[in-house]
Design a protein around this ligand. Structure first.
Ligand SMILES: [Zn+2]
Ligand SMILES: [Zn+2]
Length: 325
């Protein structure tokens, strides 16, 4: 993003590159976003979160369409790496529960692409990206735990952990870490009896044996291994003990998401009105669109302005209605 470019212009450019399937440019964008996120300058970091929120609000439907097209039409050897690039960009956008819920309005296309991605062996990075996104989608609610189990996520976790035994590079470790996170979320927040099912599952047994056998992880990846240990300990914890100690089972997807994407200190949330995009202070009461409860505003003026400019067309409530008819 250049100094003279506004966030809206930068996002419009990304959308155009996606539309043109210009993968060189998409690659460039991924690098720029990574640099912005990691920047020492607060200004760049704020712009990063603004860009990804803005892109998520503007283009989720496009991501779903592109993924659907690529899997159906593409037969070139680039299919998986192209899919991976689009998904990596999508992953940046899944930076708030609002955008994740918006993405789930297109769950048929998205889940088809993601499960397709973890059920191929050609592109290891794609497998990892897909597991990371599946974890984020899972945070949207308990219903998805049951749905993922039905699609066969336990079998997928099992086979991926199994074939990574003895491999402790960054990709295998990250893939196994996200399998671990997925197993944990399902065990914790799935319906009654799910925890027992997870502990008895082959995937969980493979996971325990994978972690026990990590001897010399690649330098710099030790933290991934200790994270796995922490999560496995959480899975092991007996649910009865938890109730006895008075801990209630609360679903705090927001906290888990912020942990995952590195927004630990405070949330970066911006007004959804393109002409405003002001950062919302922590703890400040935010106004939501009454129809979708996803678009967020500083005040009624911003809400009205956005409704007039394009939210009338893009409000999720309207999209859901259209999909039903
Ligand atoms: Zn505003
Ligand atoms: Zn709305």
């Amino acid at each position: 993003m250049t100094a003279s470019q506004s966030v809206e212009e930068f996002v419009a450019r990304i959308v155009k590159n996606l539309y043109d399937l210009n993968f060189n440019k998409i690659d460039e964008t991924l690098e720029i976003l990574q640099r912005m996120k990691k920047s020492q300058k607060e200004k760049h970091v704020v712009n990063y979160w603004k860009v990804v929120q803005c892109l998520g609000e503007a283009a989720i439907d496009m991501f779903a369409r592109l993924l659907d097209n690529i899997t159906k039409t593409s037969c070139s050897g680039h299919m998986y790496s192209n899919m991976n690039q689009i998904l990596r960009l999508l992953e940046h956008c899944l930076s708030s529960m609002a955008v994740i819920r918006r993405a789930l309005a297109y769950k048929e296309d998205l889940l088809a692409a993601l499960f397709n991605g973890i059920r191929q062996n050609e592109d290891e990075e794609l497998v990892m990206t897909c597991f990371r996104i599946l974890y984020k989608l899972l945070l949207a609610g308990k219903d998805y735990c049951a749905a993922f189990v039905k699609i066969g996520i336990l079998k997928d976790c099992n086979s991926h952990i199994k074939c990574r035994k003895g491999l402790y590079g960054i990709y295998p470790l990250l893939t196994v870490l996200y399998c671990t996170k997925i197993l944990w979320v399902i065990s914790e927040f799935g319906e009654q009896g799910t925890k027992g099912m997870i502990i008895k599952s082959k995937a969980y047994k493979e996971l325990c044996s994978y972690v026990e056998n990590v001897h010399s992880p690649v330098k710099g990846t030790e933290c991934l291994v200790s994270e796995m240990h922490i999560i496995i300990a959480r899975i092991k914890k007996c649910p009865k003990e938890r109730t006895a100690s008075g801990t209630t089972r609360t679903w705090v997807p927001k906290v888990l998401l912020y942990e995952d994407i590195g927004q630990k200190d405070h949330a970066y949330i911006f007004c959804s009105s393109p002409s405003c995009r002001k950062q919302q202070a922590d703890g400040k009461k935010i106004l939501y669109c009454g129809d979708c409860r996803l678009a967020r505003y500083c005040n009624e003026e911003c809400q009205k302005e956005h409704w007039r400019s394009d939210h009338r067309e893009k409000c999720l409530k309207r999209i859901r209605k259209e999909k039903k008819t």
